[in-house]
Design a protein around this ligand. Sequence first.
Ligand SMILES: [Mg+2]
Length: 137
Amino acid sequence: MMKIALDYDQTYSADPYFWQGVIKLAQHAGHEIRIVTARDDRFDRTEPLIHVEQIVPVIYCRGVAKKWHLTHFGDGFVPDIWIDDKPESITTNSSAPPEGLAEWRANRGEAMPETWETLTLGIGRDMERKRAKDQKA
Ligand SMILES: [Mg+2]
């Protein structure tokens, strides 16, 4: 059984439908796969991430080096395999300054859910977008 860490931003988020297939395949094969993100759950648990949490556990490392965070706070989940567009985030703390993070949060185009109603609407919108994309292809 492999423990697999899958990054969120620019990895899972680059093609969610592809990675959902990978997640299902890994789970079917008996491997343990989780999303491991440098995001901070207090500020960055946006609608798409809450959606993802319904299919796979998400671990928020709050900018701390992912491997160190999981070794100390991962409840035994220390990955054998890492899938990450920014491999330095596995061993190095984030160097993003607070003003850079604030700008990223303002411009990322992902809503923070206020209620379960808005979350449900968010998932509905995702499905609409996928349907529109599929029709174009
Ligand atoms: Mg990333």
